[in-house]
Design a protein around this ligand. Structure first.
Ligand code: SF4
Length: 235
């Protein structure tokens, strides 16, 4: 696994961005997240060692733009070079998540066709409103590998009609002292929808405030992932 952040910074897009970890981390360091800048790692996928080998070893999944959104408007002039690198590194699999799936068709390269085999696109949704708006678009797009990321999940979501061709649905709660609670029933409902459609499902993290059987619990950040794994409900 490798991480590639060609640029950093982002603008809040919807309710799911309220406690964005990038904005929170930057605020602590006095960085303005709304300033979008290219990083010194922009060319990381094609950087080579003196031996001539790529620094990022073949066969890995590369997580792209985890300090931004790959489809951010501010990065339109830079994305073309990123596609060139993705095309060059057929030996890697690239994955990016976006809350801007409505911009997808204007962001893809000319030779995209019905999708690059080495790219997975994750459409992020947080509630029914965003599911309705974004998944209606997402379902129609030419993408070879697609995931749906329901994190932070802040309400129940019906998305079964959009699961055709989806490889994985991820559910997770919000992490913040003011986080909106995650109701376990919402997670189980998503899981049922995935089971009915033969879609992989992963419960990735509880929320700081977690409701189970009508009772609300407060969890430490360090326990959010492990508590979700303990539920043992991935399929
Ligand atoms: S789109 Fe993602 S990175 Fe950008 S503000 Fe929202 S949560 Fe943060």
């Amino acid at each position: 696994m490798a991480i590639w952040n060609p640029w950093r910074g982002c603008h809040r897009q919807s309710e799911g961005c309220r406690y964005c970890y990038i904005h929170k981390g930057d605020a602590r360091k006095g960085i303005d997240t709304d300033q979008i800048v290219r990083t010194e790692k922009f060319y990381a996928p094609v950087e080579k060692k003196t031996s001539g080998d790529y620094k990022i070893k073949p066969g890995q999944t590369v997580y792209v733009c985890f300090s931004s959104d790959f489809l951010l408007e501010d990065a339109d002039e830079w994305r073309g070079e990123c596609w060139d690198m993705i095309r060059e590194r057929q030996d890697l699999h690239f994955l990016f998540l976006t809350k801007r799936i409505d911009r997808f068709m204007q962001c893809i390269p000319k030779d995209w066709g019905d999708g690059y085999e080495n790219v997975t696109v994750g459409c992020t949704i947080e509630n029914q409103e965003m599911a309705d708006a974004r998944l209606a678009v997402f379902s129609e797009l030419p993408i070879k590998h697609r995931n749906i990321i329901c994190q932070p999940l802040i309400g129940a979501i019906e998305l079964e009609q959009h699961l055709k061709g989806v490889e994985l649905v991820v559910a997770g709660g919000e992490s913040d002292k003011n986080a909106r609670p995650l109701d376990y029933e919402w997670v189980l409902s998503l899981r049922e929808q995935c089971i009915r459609t033969g879609t992989h499902f992963e419960f990735r993290q509880c929320g700081t405030y977690f409701i189970k059987d009508g009772k609300q619990y407060k969890l430490a950040v360090k326990d959010l992932g492990s508590q979700a794994r303990k539920a043992g409900i991935n399929v």
